[in-house]
Design a binder for this molecule. Structure first.
Ligand code: FAD
Length: 494
């Protein structure tokens, strides 16, 4: 079975009975839970699209391990083209769900790093990690598994190294080595898609030193392994999904809009040797981190580029619905958003084409360009979100709920007073407004209030542009005087 369908993926996650909690309660069935279901649906798309004849070329490839057709989220990179294909896929997928497929996304990059580093470990140390890893990854590919990528440790006091923490458990570590495997203890935090992935692929969050060997570990375990407890994150917009009566348009991105990220606690978790890919070889942790980082920075930036494309599209739609679609300042803002965004995409494309191959054949993007691209991706997203709030208007954070809109005493009032452009129904305008709330990522009224309270930026621009017009005459006169250029005062226009 090389390519699962979305339904097969859903059923397989349900059957795993993963030990995950949300808001103080154990989730019995993630498929039916309002917090986990949307992210499952987003990941299910990555399975269904692999069966779509029109999309198949974008989302599948041929495995270098098995020769089979596999889902591209399990592909590792052997050339610039391989990597570019992944970047393009990330951007395009975002258009389809406006969400994340973290349950499949980070791990491919770890796999690329591990394949190359285990090769070098075996060559230098005579270990057999490379073979082990490739066997594991061939299974991931041929069974079309979703694999969470676990890097981030709790880290304790950030100013101290792992070995200097007051508690040795702030970084995931080996507590026992047995004949048949190792026992690990600790936690990983904020892992995307963890509770909706079949497997966890785990590596250190930083380079380790000789006295930190216990933290120099890489391995894989099924997400339902005994001793694992997962806790789903709980950002404020997610509360709405648990509010009685909230529905449909209240959620913005109704079908897919919940980010799945979990904290995972490891209580003496046993990992058999055939799933261990590093255990104590601290000098290889630096190269592993250094190889994962540029890959993942590019990949996550590509997906945020898709997010920004939706922000640009959403800002244009809401401006139309408000009746100001053609306004000059709106077009300028859209153009700036696009410029900031493409700047990042150009950098990561540059990183992809200026990469390097390791002896194992794995391909890695240029680290400098990757980091510049990621840095710019973050700036561009914050900028785009600010512009999105600015263009939407204050309603983006001040919407009545669907319960209000359906209430017999309120419906006519809301339908009348929230109508804007003729021909666009109030329902559509409010639905779009909520979608902009989702895309701009504001879960607290303060951001919109600081942008819209006291009027949006174009109003302030009108005032300071008028002041500049007056001052410009004065400033030009000073410059001409200093440059020794005599010019007649222009005749006053009538
Ligand atoms: C939605 C989401 C999804 C994520 N998905 C994944 C995932 O799938 N897999 C995964 O492994 N991780 C994931 N992460 C974790 C992410 O990689 C970390 O949040 C990130 O690396 C920062 O680590 P931190 O949160 O511990 O913040 P910190 O490291 O504590 O950083 C906070 C601030 O402190 C500063 N700082 C930290 N250490 C020092 C120091 N020694 N000296 C000076 N300043 C310092 C930082 O620069 C930053 O400004 C995710 C995070 C989020 C929010």
């Amino acid at each position: 079975m090389a390519l699962m369908t979305g339904q097969q993926y859903r059923d397989s996650i349900k059957d795993m009975h993963i030990n995950v909690y949300c808001h103080g309660k154990k989730i019995e069935n993630q498929l039916e839970h309002p917090i986990t279901r949307p992210a499952i649906d987003a990941v299910a798309l990555t399975y269904d699209l692999a069966h779509d004849p029109e999309y198949q070329d974008k989302i599948t490839g041929i495995s270098h391990l098995t020769g089979e057709r596999i889902n591209y989220f399990t592909q590792v990179y052997h050339s610039a083209e391989d990597f570019v294909k992944r970047l393009e896929l990330m951007r395009d997928m975002f258009y389809r769900h406006g969400m994340c497929q973290g349950a499949r996304c980070v791990s491919g990059n770890i796999a690329n790093g591990l394949e190359s580093v285990t090769f070098e470990m075996d060559k230098k140390l005579g270990t057999n990690y490379f073979d082990r890893f490739r066997k594991f990854w061939a299974r991931v590919q041929s069974e079309d598994l979703s694999v969470g990528g676990y890097v981030t440790d709790p880290k304790g006091d950030r100013s101290k190294r792992p070995a200097d923490q007051v508690d040795p458990g702030f970084y995931l570590r080996v507590v026992e080595q047995k004949k048949d495997g190792i026992v690990v203890q600790g936690a990983k935090v904020l892992i995307s898609g963890a509770s909706i992935a079949h497997e966890a692929l785990i590596m250190p969050t930083r380079a380790m030193l000789e006295d930190e060997k216990q933290y120099a570990i890489a391995f894989a375990i099924p997400t339902n392994a005994p001793g694992l407890t997962l806790v789903h994150q709980f950002p404020s917009p997610d509360f709405r999904r648990l509010t009685p009566g909230a529905r449909g348009a209240d959620f913005g991105n109704e079908h897919y809009g919940v980010y799945n990220a979990c904290h995972i606690f490891f209580d003496n978790v046993f990992v058999p040797w055939d799933r261990v890919f590093m255990c104590g070889e601290y000098e290889f942790t630096g190269p592993l981190v250094d190889r994962l980082a540029p890959c993942f920075r590019c990949v996550t930036s590509a997906c945020k580029c898709g997010h920004r494309d939706l922000l640009i599209g959403g800002s244009a739609v809401i401006a139309d619905f408000n009746g100001v679609g053609g306004a000059g300042h709106v077009m300028e803002k859209l153009s700036e958003m696009s410029y900031e965004s493409e700047l990042s995409y150009g950098c990561i494309m540059g990183a992809a084409y200026r990469g390097r191959k390791t002896e194992s054949g794995n391909y890695f993007p240029n680290a400098l360009f990757a980091n510049v691209g990621k840095y710019q991706a973050t700036k561009a997203l914050w900028f785009g979100a600010a512009m999105g709030v600015d263009i939407s208007g204050g309603l983006v954070m001040g919407m009545p709920s669907e319960e209000d809109r359906q209430h017999p005493d309120l419906k006519a009032l809301i339908d009348k007073y929230f109508q804007a452009k003729p021909g666009v129904s109030t329902e559509d305008r409010l639905r779009m407004m909520r979608f902009m709330e989702y895309l701009t990522g504001i879960g607290n009224i303060l951001v919109a209030e600081s942008s819209q309270g006291g009027a949006p930026t174009a109003s302030q621009q009108l005032v300071f542009s008028a002041a500049l017009k007056k001052n410009l005459v004065k400033y030009k006169r000073h410059v001409l005087d200093l440059a020794g250029i005599k010019q007649e005062e222009p005749a006053k226009k009538r």
